[in-house]
Design a protein around this ligand. Structure first.
Ligand code: NAD
Length: 703
């Protein structure tokens, strides 16, 4: 028998123990071992079997390192058939997380018990696939169709108690000794001559499902799926659980699983899964780099960002002090935090008690003297270099040695800020995204002098507060905002060339973006860019009117975006639905004429290429300059910080899928047709295109 699965007989109960650290992933050896153990147990003196796992969790899921490799028998569905056809009842005993194939394994057993702390779920949709070992057939048979759809389409795990209420778990055992409890449960079942409860034998009454239910559900998920197919195919599988026999349903599930697995979007989502794990690693930093202890945090500035950042720490149970310029600003900042929590409580997503304990972790002050004991300070004051340097000089004077001094600046040079202190090795960028308590991305900006242990500490604390951290070097806008410049510029220039705002946004949204660039501008407020341009002009920069003239004119007309009810669009005051405005279209024509631009029909294909290829091109520059460590890191920045469609895997993965030659040739064509100003292929892109290579291949050579 294989080493990862062991078997022992305890009081006529055959106990099968899986031990495949770290998470008991369903490797080939595990599948084989399980199959052998159940088969052998059929002819011994056991009266019932218990399946449990050693270590910190039940089978946590598939072994995704086997994805894309030739399948090795026995397949998981085969193993589960053996389990379900056992002539002796099998009790699955769940602790930790039973996810994906792990939960499907438990569902193929005849009874399930779990610790109260256990969680179960089918997260396959997050990798662009669906449960492929009976999950879509067994869950609706136990929990009902609607609950099954919700569970499988969300991909989110649920607690043992919720799973119990959904009949997915038969017994939640109130003990820490799961093994004894599971054996006792099995003995009870034997004593009662309890039936072999095979989920496959449950039939769902088709008449219990309202007419048209599945089609309506499909339409509902399509609206949210942003181009992904897995959600739609999950609905088809669950429908098959109602309309087909169990075996036919399994067949349908298998076919649709294979379709999803082979789709480019699943490839993209698996890429993102691995890229996220890679991004957490800093090249050249040994794994045993020490980390500093972070027990107390301070935030400077309690505005939009500071308040959200304070919430992140309080949510993770870390005490935080908010410093503002005066009592009034402090009260305002704390008031907004309180209001945000209250809304969450009203929505039923947070208990009042939990809110109170989080608020109790947030303290306010107007005095720098109160920061002498903190371990980490994050500055989030106005985006003004002089104010920031002043703040850092004050922090340098009051903070204890070893305190980490971080800035949330979007654009300022971290090295300049560090130079305002006597301890540049302790200075780092922590660039959160708005709203900071919601958005998962954190760009960790490494200054020239930032110490290794400061980086390791910030990466660790970022993870602790639920962020996905990506390392960036210092440059204007770091990875994400620097790349975005070309995207925004082209959105504007496309208008002058003849596309309407609705057409530009619709093309970006059809590509999979949650919201097109112009609608995003309206949402954020067109005055933000306007003020930034004013500042640049005041500093002596000359700006190309073709990149902003319409946006500036809108601001000067008082059309700042959603907050004034009008920007590129007009907005319904009740529903916030956007509507095209002929006045804006006339304004665009007028500006095009003024600049001597002849307007023309623009295809959606051109819009997509002009929006996204500049991202890729800037990404290539960022890679070659070493600002980002890997193309996958850039993808993670875009997936988590800019709502780039998961089904595309991020801009650099998307470029590899399109083919770098196509991207490069198109950029060169735009240089000829639209002028060379903004269309110079990055040297790395040109080189890889010429070699027929990809960013992914190049990245391997840089490890
Ligand atoms: P904000 O104007 O909402 O808040 C700034 C706060 O800082 C104000 O409450 C102000 O009273 C306070 N403040 C100003 N000077 C101070 C000082 N010397 N000491 C203490 N408090 C002071 O600004 P914001 O949008 O929260 O931006 C803050 C920083 O975060 C900026 O550097 C910005 O570039 C960056 N950022 C903003 C966003 C965003 O989307 N808003 C996203 C990422 C990063």
């Amino acid at each position: 028998m294989s080493k990862v699965v062991s078997y022992e007989l305890i009081d006529h109960i055959g106990v099968i123990t899986v031990d495949n650290p770290p998470v008991n992933a369903l490797s080939h050896a595990l599948r084989q071992g399980l199959q052998d153990a159940v088969t052998a147990a059929q002819s011994d003196s056991s009266k019932a079997l218990v399946l449990l796992c050693a270590g910190r969790t039940f089978i946590a899921g598939a072994d995704i390192t086997e994805f894309g490799k030739p399948p090795q028998a026995p397949s998981l569905p085969d193993v589960l058939e053996t389990l379900e056809n056992s002539t002796k009842p099998i009790v699955a005993a769940i602790h930790g997380t039973a996810l994906g194939g792990g939960f499907e394994t438990a569902l193929a057993c005849h009874y399930r018990c779990a610790l109260p702390s256990a969680k179960v779920g089918l997260p396959e949709v997050k990798l662009g696939i669906l449960p492929g070992a009976g999950g879509t057939q067994r869950v609706p048979r136990l929990a009902g169709v609607e609950a099954a759809l919700e569970l499988i389409i969300s991909g989110n795990p649920i607690s043992a108690a919720d799973a119990g209420a959904m009949k997915l778990i038969d017994r939640v055992v109130q003990t820490e000794d799961l093994k004894s409890a599971a054996i006792a449960y099995a003995q009870e079942l034997v004593a009662l001559s309890a039936p072999l409860k095979r989920v496959r034998d449950v039939q769902i009454d088709p008449n219990s499902i309202p007419e048209g239910f599945f089609d309506a559900y499909r339409r509902k998920v399509a609206a949210r799926a942003r181009g992904q197919i897995a959600q739609d195919r999950i609905v088809s599988c669950v429908e098959a659980a109602v309309t087909q026999s169990f075996d036919e349903g399994l067949q349908t599930e298998r076919e649709l699983f294979m379709e999803c697995l082979q789709s480019p979007q699943s490839r993209a989502m698996r890429h993102a899964f691995f890229a996220e794990r890679e991004a957490a690693k800093i090249k050249g930093l040994p794994a045993d780099t020490p980390v500093r202890d972070i027990r107390q945090v301070a935030i400077i500035g309690g505005g939009t960002m500071g308040g959200g950042i304070a919430m992140c720490f309080a949510n993770a149970g870390i005490p935080v002090t908010l410093l503002e310029i005066n009592d009034e600003a402090l009260e305002r900042g704390l008031g907004i935090i309180r209001k945000n929590y209250t809304i969450t409580v009203q929505k039923g997503r947070l208990s009042q008690q939990e809110m109170d304990s989080r608020m109790a972790l947030i303290d306010g002050t107007t005095s720098y003297g109160d920061l002498s004991k903190v371990d980490l300070v994050i500055e989030a004051v106005f985006e003004n270099p002089d104010i920031k340097k002043e703040v850092f000089a004050k922090l340098d004077a009051v903070c204890k040695p070893g305190a980490i001094l971080a800035s949330n600046t979007s654009y300022q040079n971290i090295d300049d800020i560090a130079a305002a202190t006597s301890r540049p090795a302790d200075v780092v960028g922590m660039h959160f995204f708005s709203p900071a308590n919601v958005m998962k991305l954190l760009e960790v900006v490494r200054g020239d002098k930032t110490a290794d242990d400061v980086l390791s500490t910030v990466m660790k604390i970022g993870k602790k507060i639920g962020k996905v951290c990506v390392l960036s070097r210092v440059c204007y806008g770091f990875i994400g905002n620097r790349m975005l410049t070309g995207y925004g510029r082209q959105a504007h220039m496309l208008l002058l060339d003849g596309a309407t705002p609705a057409q530009v946004d619709a093309a970006a949204e059809a590509f999979g973006m949650a919201m097109g660039p112009l609608a995003v501008g309206d949402l954020a407020g067109l005055d933000i860019g306007y003020k930034a341009r004013q500042a640049r002009e005041a500093a002596g920069d000359t700006l190309d009117p073709a990149t902003h003239c319409v946006a500036s004119a809108l601001v000067e007309m008082g059309r700042l975006g959603q907050k004034t009810g009008a920007g590129y669009y007009t907005y319904d005051p009740q529903t916030r639905a956007r509507k095209s405005d002929p006045e804006v279209e006339a304004l665009i024509r007028e500006h095009a004429q003024k600049l001597g631009i002849r307007q023309r029909e623009i295809s959606d294909e051109e819009i997509v290429a002009r929006l996204f290829y500049p991202l890729i091109n800037e990404g290539a520059l960022i890679l070659e300059e070493g600002v980002a460590q890997r193309p996958g890191d850039i993808d993670i920045v875009y997936l988590y910080g800019y709502a780039f469609p998961a089904s595309r895997g991020g801009p650099m993965f998307y470029a590899d899928e399109v083919g770098l030659k196509t991207v490069c040739d198109t950029i060169e064509r735009f240089a000829r047709e639209l002028g060379p100003d903004y269309w110079q292929p990055a040297p790395l892109l040109a080189r890889l295109a010429e070699q027929g290579s990809t960013f992914a291949q190049w990245s391997k050579t840089q490890e």
